[in-house]
Design a protein around this ligand. Structure first.
Ligand SMILES: [Zn+2]
Length: 224
């Protein structure tokens, strides 16, 4: 898993590798997820294509070995009463949760969604202390190692996976009291073709990327 998207350190503008090399070469850049200084590597190599490289001691989850499997990093703090409420919520809002997941995971299939719910159920996610309905779709998406292009619908054009910020090592830290934890989830593509996406964890439905042309069409149509 290789990083092909960076932020310009000064303006925090998102740039892909090609734009960086052609328009911003030598400007300082940081990783969009962990925010440490990164640099271009393998630029001169004929064998390997160039990418943005982290320092060697990096804990950034964009590097595969650092990715936390949150389904195995649940807190031992459980809340049975809240868990029962969450289970009722999941039963009554399955399609809402599916829709929310689909807006982030392009081409999410129902079998992929069932698999995510199954993992959550096997691991007893519902009983995690402090869990609220807001977090359910986002957490589910982190339970899959890789959403493969070949297994998704036609709006999926690449393999991708989701990460939370590097300091979240067990899930309850995400909704815990620390105000330093970013309420974000990042979608990382496995090839250079598409930019890393970040999403704020929020109640509202987010327009998926494949809808953006239709959104522009509607905006234009309704212009007065
Ligand atoms: Zn990073």
């Amino acid at each position: 898993m290789t990083l092909y998207t960076a932020l310009l350190k000064d303006s925090r503008k998102k740039v892909n590798l090609k734009t960086y090399l052609t328009k911003h070469k030598d400007e300082p850049i940081i990783c969009p997820v962990c925010e440490v200084d990164i640099r271009v590597d393998a630029e001169q190599s004929l064998v390997k294509s160039a990418y943005f490289r982290h320092p060697s001691n990096s804990i950034c989850p964009t590097i595969k070995k650092n990715r936390v499997d949150y389904s195995n990093s649940l807190s031992s703090q459980i809340d049975r009463e809240n868990g029962e409420k969450i289970i009722e919520y999941v039963k009554n809002h399955s399609f809402d949760i599916f829709n929310k997941c689909t807006t982030l995971a392009d081409g999410l299939s129902v079998s992929e969604f069932r698999e995510l719910i199954k993992i959550a159920n096997d691991k007893k996610l519902w009983y995690q202390q402090g869990l609220t309905s807001l977090y359910i779709p986002y957490v589910l998406l982190t339970f899959k190692d890789k959403f493969k292009e070949s297994e998704g619908g036609k709006t999926r054009n690449d393999d991708f996976y989701f990460v939370l910020e590097p300091s979240v090592q067990t899930l309850e830290q995400l909704w815990g009291k620390s105000t330093k934890i970013k309420q974000n989830i990042w979608k990382i593509y496995l090839s250079e073709g598409k930019d890393l996406q970040d999403y704020t964890i929020q109640e509202d439905l987010i327009s998926p990327e494949w809808f953006s042309n239709t959104q522009s069409y509607i905006n234009k149509l309704l212009e007065v």
